[in-house]
Design a protein around this ligand. Structure first.
Ligand SMILES: Cc1ncc(COP(=O)(O)O)c(C=O)c1O
Length: 420
């Protein structure tokens, strides 16, 4: 099944008059509708809340849109906390899920009265010494071993640096209670980008059983269960997209089988990034070169500094050559950026229609962990971010970096005063 861009070639040509490629483009309508679907799917759970993973798309306008749709934020660092504060998030609107956490980060999280999710047993004393244990506190659980869905190994928690072991979790709740905590959460993130409806239900089952055990062993009532991120998106056209209603149904079944008979009520939290934003972002780039050596190359004006996932994980991102959707995919290309790195390729051996210089290419599913993973290698500058608004207008929500931005942190800026 073909992936259809949310923007037309005509619109891209119109945008081109004001904003040069490359840029990241976001679809406001898609973002809002998807957020509403998530809330609708989980409406059976009183207290359900999505805390959008800021690291996925740390762009104020995007966070504002999600805030309007009822989402909070999941922050992982001082800067993300600061941005969220400026955008009006505070207290229970913020989950602070960090690891290897610096002192200043905890201080700010505490000042904002954020819900702090501790990644380690030793962080209890660390936090207590810095700023005391807040009334609301959450712990990140790592069950170890491998995480399987039926026979498929999804990930390897035993090898992951995150979270507390089962024994530590039990001791940690007792300790937190004795230190004055009154409202408790539990969190776990066991597999990333799961393209299956079974991940959250299986994770929920593990966490709900633990909630019952914690009640029995620690006399602690868990108030919220944070299923974190991990819901995937169908990056490949032949993959089946997750069905959030099916996912929610599976979580509800686990809830009714495990929690309800034990008289326990919890709020379900999620901390999605990819699921909330990836499909609603395109990286728009133009073909600027073609090269014929041992292979056929198309050089585009974006590079891995704009979208790192293909280069670092070999991740697949679908490409639409705009205006050529109905032509046969009878050319095999490597689509490359300009970094002096041979892995700077958006596609390898990809069958596409014949590409000509000047063609617009839409790289799909770049709305999460796309722009945000950008970097400045080779002196490359971060692109602009644009929003395709619900009324069809386009708004620049982050300008492109300039050489002046790149030079701004040097200790001899006077040499660059005349640079724009
Ligand atoms: C703690 C935490 N929560 C949520 C997320 C979001 O994950 P995803 O974008 O896969 O939903 C991440 C991603 O790295 C994370 O580290």
């Amino acid at each position: 099944m073909a992936k259809v861009p949310f923007v037309t070639l005509e619109k891209l040509k119109e945008i081109d008059k004001t904003y040069p490629t490359p840029y990241h483009l976001y679809d406001e309508k898609g973002i809002r509708e998807n957020a509403r679907r998530l809330y609708d799917a989980f409406s059976w759970n009183k207290g359900f809340k999505e805390y959008f993973a800021v690291k996925a798309t740390p762009t104020p306008k995007i966070l504002q849109i999600l805030k309007e749709e009822g989402c909070g934020v999941d922050c992982s660092s001082y800067t993300e906390l600061l941005m969220s504060e400026k955008l009006g998030f505070s207290g229970d609107d913020i989950m602070f899920s960090s690891n290897d956490t610096p002192r200043e980060d905890f201080e700010l999280a505490r000042k904002l009265d954020a819900q702090i999710n501790l990644d380690d047993f030793t962080h209890i004393d660390y936090l207590n010494e810095i700023c005391g244990i807040p009334e609301t506190i959450c712990l990140r659980f790592n069950p170890g071993g491998v995480f399987k869905l039926s026979t498929d190994i999804m990930d390897n928690p035993g090898d992951a640096k995150y979270g507390l072991t089962k024994d530590q979790i039990i001791e940690a709740y007792k300790k937190l209670k004795s230190l004055g905590a009154k409202r408790f959460g539990i969190h776990s993130f066991l597999a990333s980008n799961t393209v299956t409806n079974d991940y959250y239900p299986k994770l929920a089952r593990i966490l709900f059983e633990l909630v019952v055990e914690i009640k029995e062993k620690c006399d602690v009532e868990i108030n919220f269960v944070n299923l974190s991120g991990g819901i995937g998106v169908a990056y490949k056209p032949d993959q089946e997209q997750n069905d959030i209603y099916e996912i929610s149904k599976g979580v509800k079944k686990a809830y009714e089988e495990i929690l309800t008979p034990n008289g326990i009520d919890v709020a379900i939290y999620t901390e999605s990034g990819r699921y909330m934003l990836a499909p609603y972002g395109h990286l728009v780039t133009k073909a600027i070169h073609e090269k014929h050596i041992y292979k056929e190359y198309i050089g585009v004006d974006a590079c891995a500094a704009n979208l790192m996932r293909p280069a670092i994980y070999g991740a697949y991102h679908h490409i639409t050559v705009m205006g050529k959707e109905n032509l046969p995919c009878d050319h095999k290309y490597d689509v490359t950026g300009s970094l002096c790195e041979n892995n700077d390729k958006f596609a390898v051996d990809r069958m596409l229609p014949k590409i000509d210089k000047g063609d617009f290419l839409v790289i799909h599913d770049t709305g999460a962990h796309g722009f945000s993973m950008g970097y400045n290698y080779n002196g490359k500058l971060r692109s602009a971010e644009l929003l395709l608004k619900e009324n069809g207008d386009v708004e620049m929500i982050r300008r492109a970096e300039t050489p002046k931005d790149y030079f701004a942190t040097f200790d001899f800026t006077h040499l660059f005063d005349d640079v724009e």
